[in-house]
Design a binder for this molecule. Structure first.
Ligand SMILES: C[S@@+](CC[C@H](N)C(=O)[O-])C[C@H]1O[C@@H](n2cnc3c(N)ncnc32)[C@H](O)[C@@H]1O
Length: 253
């Protein structure tokens, strides 16, 4: 898998090539990254990449030409046919389904914006898709691009030491993850739930499913609705949810 990042700050991407799971996967050759700085494609003596907006207003607008040249250079690299994705607060919010689809692909060319905006003609002529990392604005597209790459790369076979991890995490089955515990057995007077110490795998599986359902119901009831609509909840799940609705607060789990 290959990502190309169009960015004024290539060094920021050290955060994913030098640390953690993404770095290890990079070293193992599971993915590669090439950064293209639009400043290297500017044509004037000042290597300008931005200018004032037509019509007035605050901030600067990224010039179409250096961005277009940088994207075209990235597009000339193999594998061909990868989408050009602009990170943008105006894009579709990134979710688990899009991340998993990208993990099955050969990668993408990611455009990290800066300043007030990107010239609309660049978006119209070069960008296939806009993706947001949330309904808020950050000052540049580098962190959003790195979030996307991180989310995708950790799903690649061989990226995680335990291949089961991505299948068991929040969203994988439409629910949030169950709570986890590690040593010590008692922390500040709070013991680890007894079932986890029982060694009874079927009971542990059932308890974890119950806890995942209850956590999702409490924190993200919209996800429970969606899982129900998608037919992902069985009769036992519904029984657990119904019992929790009847129980006094704090009495479940
Ligand atoms: C200061 S923002 C520009 C925001 C723009 N004025 C607007 O209101 O849509 C600069 C760059 O940060 C990135 N960015 C900001 N918020 C983002 C978000 N929620 N998701 C993805 N990218 C974001 C985009 O690449 C954007 O071009």
């Amino acid at each position: 898998m290959r990502f190309d990042a169009i960015t004024l700050f290539p060094a920021m991407f050290d955060a994913i090539t030098r640390f953690g799971i993404t770095s290890r996967a990079h070293e193992r050759g599971l993915w590669s990254l090439a950064c293209w700085n639009p400043r290297d494609f500017a044509t004037d003596a000042y290597r300008s990449v931005d200018d004032r907006p037509y019509g007035g207003g605050p901030g600067m607008v990224m010039l179409a030409q250096p961005l277009a040249a940088a994207i075209d250079a990235a597009r000339a690299a193999e594998p061909a046919g990868r989408p050009v994705i602009a990170l943008s607060p105006q894009g579709r919010p990134l979710d688990d389904a899009r991340v998993r689809a990208l993990a099955r692909s050969s990668g993408a060319i990611l455009v990290a914006g800066r300043y007030e905006a990107i010239d609309q003609r660049l978006l119209d002529s070069r960008v296939d898709e806009e993706i947001a990392v949330g309904e808020f604005v950050v000052s540049g597209g580098e962190l959003p691009a790195m979030m996307l790459i991180d989310a995708v790369v950790r799903l690649l076979p061989g990226a995680m030491n335990d291949e089961r991890s991505p299948a068991q995490e929040s969203f994988a089955e439409g629910l949030l993850d169950h709570p986890q515990y590690t040593r010590p057995e008692v922390f500040e007077g709070e013991p680890v739930p007894a079932v986890l110490m029982s060694g009874h795998h079927a009971q542990i599986r059932r308890w974890r499913r119950q806890q995942a359902l209850l956590a999702t119901q409490r924190k993200r009831p919209d996800l429970v609705e969606r899982a129900r609509a998608q037919g992902r909840l069985d009769a036992e799940d519904e029984r657990i949810l119904a019992a929790a609705r009847l129980a006094p607060p704090g009495s479940t789990g």
